[in-house]
Design a binder for this molecule. Structure first.
Ligand SMILES: [Zn+2]
Length: 255
């Protein structure tokens, strides 16, 4: 119980850093310097205003000096990261796979939020992510071969789709950010779960896209950053994917 609470606490602190990455990476600012400040009045936050979740609640979501609203995204990301760390600790225990999955999860949270807001998947996350995922696979699941095939398949499939779309429509349909992101997902999860990620992300994207069109909420291409769906698909595949694939293959074997 103490260990779970410590994992959650550690996760909340990491979540606070992920917020800094989400805010600063798209505008090209350093994530380590300077200290956090109000986006409007520029006043630096004191130590207690940096306390995850609680500070936002205590300030009721407003800057102490200028009353500028502070996005609810901050406590949400912190709480989500805290829950992820506690759940992963409970599920994996102290193993190399725990570290691999947590690093992967943090990358997914940052990519999810940045793509949702800016339609952007920074290379500074996806490219090192490919190398780090492959590095972990030397010691733990999915193993180096499945990881290598995951990188090639993940990036390869989306690259082929992007090129094909460009040849047919003469405009960019899918960004290279998505290509590198699915390569990163392949590195961490291996090729089987990468296929599952792509299928789930595409289905979710299609369903939400059709809903938006039905509700006449504008152009599908601009409404839907695909990286956001890739992050959701990868999170599902990374947690429930292996049992699901087992079940599915048994089903095929029985038929
Ligand atoms: Zn302020």
């Amino acid at each position: 119980m103490t260990a779970l609470a410590a994992a959650a606490l550690f996760g909340a602190v990491i979540g606070s850093f992920l917020n800094v990455c989400i805010y600063r990476l798209p505008i090209g600012r350093s994530v380590v310097w300077p200290a956090s400040a109000c986006a409007r009045c520029g006043r630096e936050l004191s130590w207690y205003e940096n306390v995850p979740i609680l500070a936002w609640l205590a300030l009721r979501g407003r800057c102490r000096s200028c009353a500028e609203p502070i996005s609810i995204q901050y406590p949400i990301v912190e709480a989500l990261t805290a829950v992820m760390f506690a759940a992963a600790w409970w599920y994996y225990g102290p193993t190399p796979l725990l570290v691999s999955r947590l690093v992967f999860g943090c990358a997914l949270i940052v990519l999810f939020a940045i793509d949702l807001e800016h339609h952007l998947l920074p290379n500074v996350i996806t490219l090192p992510g490919i190398a780090v995922g492959f590095g972990f696979a030397l010691f733990t699941e999915p193993g180096w071969l499945a990881s290598l095939l995951g990188i090639l398949l993940g990036a390869g499939v989306l690259y082929a789709i992007a090129e094909g779309y460009y040849l047919v429509r003469h405009e960019e349909g899918m960004g290279m950010g998505d290509v590198k992101m699915l390569g990163m997902i392949g590195a961490f999860l291996g090729w089987q779960l990468t296929i599952l990620t792509l299928v789930m992300a595409s289905c979710a994207g299609a369903i939400i896209g059709l809903l938006l069109i039905a509700l006449k909420r504008g152009d599908m291409k601009y409404a839907l950053p695909f990286g956001t769906f890739l992050a959701l698909g990868a999170a599902l595949a990374g947690t429930a994917g292996a049992p699901f694939l087992d079940w599915y293959l048994r089903l095929l074997g029985a038929a």
